[in-house]
Design a binder for this molecule. Structure first.
Ligand SMILES: Nc1ncnc2c1ncn2[C@@H]1O[C@H](COP(=O)(O)OP(=O)(O)OP(=O)(O)O)[C@@H](O)[C@H]1O
Ligand SMILES: [Mg+2]
Length: 245
């Protein structure tokens, strides 16, 4: 049985796709067969992040219009054997929650983790999809607008009946924590009202890696954070250490 994890945020640009890529990569490196499904219709980016922009033969659009099965349409990510991605189509397409549920059902025996990148802008279809997940990862950066939007998103899923949520605070740096913007991480956790599963530093090494399609370098603090979150997803206890620059 796969664990279906939806990665979402209230505000755009918080790092959802980066988190999907980072967690997909570390889960795969830990030996878990993992698939990322990208719902960012018309604005896909995981092909670039994984350095396979020119090697995507099929995408989610081919599955939705019945041309390919899910297994035929997924692409294996060269930097991690156990990692596959089903990229979003380049054109705007609508998808229903039922279609995504059917897709997940048809492949659940092949993957231990299915990670859904909800993409920029969230509509009612996306809400319907996310609420079906076994776990919702809410991504927030340490700024007040983002924190408030994360809290609203969480409330919405809670009201829809999905209480299985964890918070990831992304792009954390010394510059923003402990000053007039945000006093400390506890303030963010309290305001969003969701249990924390990890903190990812603002890490230029990762920006470079994802921009060039290279693996995140081993010395990257962000990679260490993704590795820890992946282990926590599997139930392992990994103490929280936050290293920022
Ligand atoms: N921890 C981080 N450290 C440094 N840069 C980061 C980090 N997380 C994300 N970024 C950068 O922030 C930008 C936005 O990230 P990303 O595309 O993952 O956000 P998103 O939430 O998926 O955006 P959208 O809402 O458009 O789908 C990218 O340039 C990415 O490289
Ligand atoms: Mg994205």
């Amino acid at each position: 049985m796969s664990k279906i994890i939806a990665v979402t945020s209230g505000k755009g640009g918080t790092g959802k796709s980066t988190v999907c890529a980072g967690l997909g990569y570390t889960l795969a490196k830990q030996g878990h067969r993992t698939l990322i499904i990208e719902l960012d219709f018309g604005l896909r980016c995981l092909d670039i992040i994984f350095g396979m922009e020119n090697n995507i033969k099929y995408d989610l659009g081919d599955v939705l219009n019945g041309k390919k099965t899910v297994l035929e349409a997924v692409s294996q990510v060269p930097m991690a054997n156990n990692l596959n991605v089903l990229c979003a189509p380049k054109t705007l397409t609508t998808v229903t929650a039922e279609q995504i549920v059917d897709i997940c059902r048809s492949i659940k025996k092949y993957f231990e983790y299915i990670i859904i990148d909800t993409g920029a802008g969230i509509n009612s279809h996306v809400f319907d999809i996310v609420e079906q997940a076994n776990l919702i990862l809410i991504i927030s950066t340490p700024d007040q607008v983002c924190i408030r939007d994360a809290s609203l998103m969480s409330d919405e899923f809670y009201n829809r009946g999905n209480k299985s949520q964890r918070l990831i605070i992304n792009k954390v740096s010394k510059k923003v924590i402990g000053n007039s913007l945000v006093s400390n991480l506890d303030e963010i956790i309290d305001k969003v009202g969701v249990q924390l599963i990890g903190v990812i530093p603002d890490d230029f090494k990762m920006t470079v890696a994802t921009g060039t399609g290279n693996p995140i370098p081993a010395e990257s603090e962000a990679l260490r954070a993704f590795d820890a979150i992946s282990k926590r997803l599997g139930g392992e206890f990994v103490p929280l250490t936050v290293k920022t620059s």
